[in-house]
Design a protein around this ligand. Sequence first.
Ligand code: AMP
Length: 192
Amino acid sequence: MFNLILFGPPGSGKGTQSEKLIAKYGLKHLSTGDLLRSEIASQTPLGLEAKNFMDKGQLVPDEVVIGMISSALDNNPEANGFLFDGFPRTEAQAEALDKLLKLKKTAIHLLLALDVSEEELVKRLLGRGKTSGRSDDTNEEVIRARIVEYHKKTSPVADYYAKFDKVKHVKGEGTIDEIFEALCEQVEMKKK
Ligand code: AMP
């Protein structure tokens, strides 16, 4: 089993690169953002609660996303490995994930962090907002709030995994293929 976290601020290209990585390495893609948006689309109580936070650019409470990931792990017993995209986003989520994986006799092997400048992030997210249908991408204030949340609560997650020597940084600017190649290089080194 190979378990990977694709890490980086909103707009760093996690979704795009995740699709390519899962295809190449046969991993199961777990994106908490996608899971939450599907709960909203189905108008479940969880979705309705989450929407209030997402519309403001704030993180959804830890227990909500940890519960979703726990069910997703249980529902995919045959997976060769998981690619976590947009999760964990707080240190509490990282600790919970480690415990859940330990129960399944596995662990996180690598966290790949995509580094992108803030101005480039805002530009990309506003561009994406024109076509993605995501309301949190159309309002610059909400975009900036998401980036503030990232610096305050999410960037410590990389420090948490760095303590276990599991973090590699990759430049998230360039062509999609160049970035993908740099990510694959790190995966191959870790898999050796
Ligand atoms: P994303 O699609 O990853 O950009 O996530 C969109 C929004 O969903 C975020 O701005 C948060 O409000 C919420 N969200 C997604 N993943 C998480 C998570 N792991 N923890 C808390 N909130 C999350």
